[in-house]
Design a protein around this ligand. Structure first.
Ligand SMILES: [Mg+2]
Length: 301
């Protein structure tokens, strides 16, 4: 595994190339940079944590019959994960779990939003104290609707790209790089996040956005990577994936012959050879240290 890229640079515009970064000891020469969405461009884990805390406080205030509101959310998380396990799909976040469950034979006609509401209903019903006097008067579906609404709205509010990352993308685009998003998950769920990111960027900054649910092919399957290079009109060796997941972004990128950049802010350890990235970074701003900025297809005027 490569160490941190280290090099002095005063700004993106006056970047000074470094002679040795990553495993190869050279700057990556690509014409297209493709970003994972969840926990790369947006802090999905942080948004989830905030959303579940809001559900806890809402249940505590409105339905004190639940002695442990966290049990409701824990059950909800377990139901999402169980769906993923049943489908033997490798999931790195809640929305990928939702994606896999939505493809089960019993639920093909249901949207992820509908499935999540049903999971909240199940989570609520399982955690109403059986000896509670209020049990007969409680309406689980009404409580579930409240949980689902609070959770969904709080999450959506957290799907923002960091200001410094927005500036980075704008400058990469100005340098002439093709930019794209490749994300696992269902179309209806992931599109909301994509739109949230787009709201903070210049129109047309991404040359393509590929949501795996639209194709029923998910990272690390190399076919979804091929879909991106076809849409970008680039070659695998000229394309880099930037993502937080060794199991989806890096493994799939390596399979597809892309340059792989592991966004690893928590400094996790990955000893798998097939998941070994070309370069590891702890901050997206480190991209300026690992990519040859002078190799962009065209220069900004
Ligand atoms: Mg991710």
């Amino acid at each position: 595994m490569s160490g941190n890229p280290v090099a002095p640079h005063d700004s993106f515009g006056s970047f000074s190339p470094v002679s040795s970064v990553g495993n190869s000891g050279a700057l990556l020469r690509v014409s297209a940079i493709v970003f994972d969405l969840d926990n790369t461009l947006i802090d999905t884990v942080g948004a989830d944590k905030c959303a579940f805390e809001r559900v806890h406080s809402t249940l505590h205030s409105n339905y004190p019959v639940f002695p442990h509101p966290s049990h409701v959310t824990d059950t909800f998380k377990m139901l999402l994960s169980s769906g993923a396990e049943l489908m033997s799909v490798d999931c790195d976040d809640i929305d990928n779990s939702a994606s896999s469950t939505s493809t089960s034979s019993s639920a093909k006609q249901k949207s992820c939003h509908e499935m999540r509401f049903e999971m909240w209903c199940e989570a609520v019903e399982r955690n109403i104290p059986p000896d509670s006097n209020a049990k007969k008067s409680l309406d689980p579906s009404r409580i579930a609707a409240l949980c689902n609404s609070v959770w969904s709205k709080t999450r959506a509010a957290g799907f923002n790209i960091a200001p410094q990352d927005a500036i980075l993308l704008e400058r990469l685009k100005q340098r002439g790089f093709k930019l794209a998003i490749l994300t696992n998950g269902p179309k209806d769920v992931q599109q909301i996040k994509v739109n949230s990111v787009l709201d903070h960027l210049s129109p047309g900054i991404f040359d393509c956005v590929v949501i795996s649910g639209e194709y029923s092919i998910h990272k690390p399957d190399p076919r979804i990577f091929e879909t991106v290079t076809q849409q970008l009109n680039t070659t695998p060796s000229q394309t880099a994936i930037v993502g937080d997941s060794p199991d989806t972004d890096i493994l799939g990128g390596n399979f597809a012959g892309w340059k792989t950049i592991w966004f690893n802010p928590d400094k996790r350890v990955c000893d798998s050879l097939s998941r070994k990235p070309h370069v590891e970074i702890q901050s997206l701003s480190d991209l300026a240290l690992v990519i040859d900025l002078n190799h962009a297809p065209q220069k900004a005027l």
